[in-house]
Design a binder for this molecule. Structure first.
Ligand code: 6PG
Length: 258
């Protein structure tokens, strides 16, 4: 199985542990390179984390002036739309900590098409982030969630983005949602120094068991052909940490829970 599992009784201790991890990585990155480059996850799960980071001790312990906020994916809606990941992060965290506005990078501008947004975001990442030996941007941390179908970011089963190996940001029309999305692709995610995947709730227990036991069977990163779920293609060069509550982890075999 790829990565380290961290399992907590419920969302409260999970959120506390994830906030401590986030802050530790931020402090280390700022000490190392004078900046912390992080891609935030969307959906509903991360809201608790973002609200916790806006409180003490993190409000004071993180040098927010050196934090650079990006997004792992975005719905193609205005930034004040109820579905906007930017709006959720702004309400829970970004409006409450002193990050310079120029260091907050929303992923979608309704004045441009989804494809043009993906191109513009690619340019922003290449201009702002350190690049690896292949010219790919290196995030210090990418936060991810997982859907009940095993999607992550906006990398949904059956969409063309799963095979994207060149572009680091791409747009796709997601049939099941009947909506356009913009998303980091696996090349960008897997370049990160660290990735956390947060999965909570009983509804995800079955898919999480399939995702993690299949990886365990192969003992290493799943090949592209064998990874039935998009999340299984997350195999960062750096650290991979799964933050799970007991409800989501309840079907995992004992050997994965140690
Ligand atoms: C999004 C997210 C998406 C999310 C999962 C889990 O924009 O919706 O990036 O990948 O992480 O769908 O969503 P919940 O946290 O709401 O369960």
């Amino acid at each position: 199985m790829n990565g380290t599992l961290h399992i907590y009784p419920d969302a409260q201790p999970l959120t506390e542990a994830l906030a401590e991890t986030w802050a530790r990585m931020a402090v280390a990155a700022i000490a190392r390179q004078g900046a912390f480059y992080v891609a935030l996850a969307g959906g509903s799960t991360p809201r608790q984390l973002y609200a916790r980071l806006a409180q003490e001790p993190y409000r004071s312990s993180v040098d927010w002036s050196a934090v650079h906020i990006f997004f792992g994916d975005e719905r193609c809606v205005p930034r004040d739309h109820a579905d906007s990941n930017y709006r959720m992060a702004h309400e829970a965290l970004l409006a409450h900590v002193p990050i310079p506005a120029a260091q907050i990078h929303p992923m979608f501008d309704p004045a441009m098409s989804p494809g043009r947004n993906a191109d513009a975001y690619t340019a922003q990442l290449l201009a702002a982030l350190p690049l690896d030996e292949n010219g790919l941007p290196v995030f210090d941390l990418v936060l991810l969630g997982m859907g009940e179908d095993g999607h992550t970011a906006s990398l949904f089963p059956g969409t063309s983005l799963l095979q994207e190996n060149e572009r680091i940001v791409a747009a796709a029309y997601v049939e099941k949602l009947q909506a356009w999305r913009v998303s980091l692709t696996f090349p960008a995610i897997n370049c990160a120094r660290a990735v956390t995947v947060t999965v909570t709730g009983e509804a995800k227990a079955a898919v999480l068991e399939s995702v993690l036991t299949a990886s365990a069977l192969t003992g290493s990163a799943l090949t592209k052909s064998s990874s039935a779920y998009p999340i299984q293609r997350v195999a960062p060069r750096g650290e991979l940490h799964w933050f799970l509550d007991q409800a989501a982890a309840q079907r995992l075999p004992e050997n994965l829970r140690r």
